[in-house]
Design a protein around this ligand. Structure first.
Ligand code: URA
Length: 364
C-alpha cells in the first residue's frame, strides 16, 4: 500500500479540486449551446469549435459561402414535401408580395447541386422541400437551423405547408396543428441516439397557430381548423391503413383507433409535424404546421381524388401561410432588394457552390 501522511491526502483533495475547476472552466467555456446575437440557438457546443460547417445536403457551407450576406434578411422559412410544391410556393410568393426579380433573373434552386432538397429564396422568404417523413425532415431541419444561426437571422418563423389525412373532416380542409403527437399519441419525438431513446417534447407555439388559423377568410371555399395532429413513421400501417402490402389488423381495429384519437382532439395524420415541433422548440424558433386534408380517413384509405383537384387543394395551406407572411412584412420587404444588392447576392450565391457535393454532373 502506498505510504500516506496528512499531506498526501491534502494533495489528493487539491488535485481533485483542481480537476473539478478545470472541468467547470471547460464546461463554461464550451457552453451547452451556442446562441447567436439574434437568438437562434444551437444546442451543440461543438459547432463553435469547428473551422467550417458544411451544410452538406443544402450544398452550402460557412467555408464556401457568405451565409450572412445570402440569408441574413430571411424572416420566414416555408417547408413542404416536394421540390415542385416549394417551387410553386416561391412563385406564388413572388406574385403575392409583388416581388421584383431584376430583369433577366429567375428563380434558382439554390441547393440544386445537392440533388437532395430544393431551396428557393424570394426576398425574406425561403421555400424548401423536406422530402417525406421524419428522418428526411430532421436532416433538413438540422441544416436549416444551422443556416439561420450562421446567417444571424433574427426571430425567424418556420412553417410546414403540407398534405395529410383528415379524420372526420371534409377533404380539402386546412388543418393548423395546435399540438403534434407521435404514433402513440404522446406529444414527444423519440430519437435513438448513441444506443438509447431520447424523448424530446414536441412543442409548437400555440399563439402562432391561432394567428395562422385566423388568416382564413370567410370567402374561402374551404374551412381552416385548429386541432391535434398525429405524426407517424409510415403512411400505411403507421396510419392504420388497410391498403398497404402488409396489414395484420381488422377494419374494426382501425376504426376503433380513429374514433379513440378523435375523442382526444386529433383531426389529422401526417409524417413530419412532431419533428418540426421538437427541433424548432429546441432551437428557440417559432414554428407552425399547416396541412390540407386529402381524404377523410373515416371513409377510406386510398387517395383517389383527381390530380387537378389535389393540386388545387395543395394551394390552400400556401394561401393561409402567405396571408400570415404578408401581414408581417413591410412594403419594402415584400418588393425586394435594389439591383445593386441583388447582383452582389447572386455572385456570392454561386461562388464555390460546387464544393460540397459528391456527384457533380459536368456541363459541356
Ligand atoms: N399524407 C399523409 O401522411 N397521410 C395521408 O393520408 C395523406 C397525406
Amino acid at each position: 500500500m502506498a505510504p500516506t501522511n496528512e499531506f498526501s491526502g491534502l494533495v489528493n483533495v487539491r488535485q481533485q479540486l483542481s480537476n473539478k475547476t478545470e472541468l467547470l472552466n471547460e464546461a463554461s467555456r464550451k457552453r451547452l449551446w451556442s446562441e447567436n446575437d439574434a437568438g437562434v440557438r444551437l444546442l451543440n457546443p461543438h459547432i463553435q469549435d469547428m473551422d467550417q460547417d458544411v451544410l452538406y445536403h443544402l450544398n452550402l457551407g460557412t467555408g464556401t459561402h457568405d451565409l450572412q450576406q445570402m440569408f441574413g434578411d430571411v424572416k420566414f422559412v416555408a417547408m413542404g414535401g416536394t421540390p415542385q410544391r416549394m417551387h410553386s410556393f416561391a412563385e406564388f410568393m413572388i406574385r403575392e408580395m409583388g416581388h421584383q426579380l431584376p430583369t433577366g433573373t429567375c428563380l434558382q434552386d439554390i441547393s440544386a447541386k445537392s440533388y437532395r432538397y430544393a431551396m428557393y429564396k424570394v426576398g425574406p422568404v425561403l421555400s424548401i422541400s423536406h422530402g417525406m417523413g421524419i428522418p428526411s425532415a430532421s436532416i433538413l431541419l438540422h441544416e436549416i437551423i444551422k443556416l439561420l444561426y450562421h446567417a444571424k437571422v433574427k426571430d425567424p418563423i418556420i412553417f410546414r405547408i403540407g398534405t395529410c389525412g383528415g379524420i372526420g373532416l371534409p377533404p380539402g380542409t386546412v388543418v393548423v396543428t395546435e399540438e403534434a403527437l407521435d404514433g402513440l399519441c404522446r406529444p414527444v419525438l423519440d430519437t435513438a441516439i448513441l444506443g438509447r431513446v431520447v424523448s424530446r417534447p414536441a412543442i409548437l407555439d400555440k399563439a402562432l397557430a391561432q394567428s395562422v388559423a385566423d388568416c382564413s377568410d370567410p370567402e374561402d371555399n374551404y374551412k381552416t381548423v385548429l386541432g391535434k395532429t398525429i405524426s407517424t413513421d409510415d403512411f400505411y400501417e403507421g396510419q392504420g391503413r388497410l391498403d398497404g402490402a402488409i396489414c395484420e389488423y381488422t377494419e374494426e381495429d382501425k376504426m376503433n383507433f380513429l374514433r379513440q384519437v378523435t375523442e382526444k382532439g386529433v383531426v389529422n395524420m401526417e409524417m413530419e409535424a412532431s419533428v418540426f415541433a421538437a427541433l424548432t422548440h429546441l432551437a428557440g424558433i417559432k414554428s407552425a404546421v399547416v396541412c390540407v386534408t386529402l381524404l377523410d380517413r373515416l371513409n377510406g384509405d386510398q387517395i383517389s381524388t383527381p390530380k387537378s383537384e389535389l393540386t388545387a387543394w395543395q394551394e390552400r395551406p400556401q394561401q393561409i401561410v402567405s396571408r400570415y407572411i404578408l401581414r408581417h412584412l413591410s412594403l419594402a420587404e415584400r418588393q425586394g432588394p435594389t439591383m445593386g444588392r441583388m447582383v452582389r447576392t447572386n455572385s456570392a450565391l454561386f461562388q464555390g457552390s460546387q464544393s460540397t457535393f459528391e456527384d457533380t454532373i459536368e456541363e459541356h
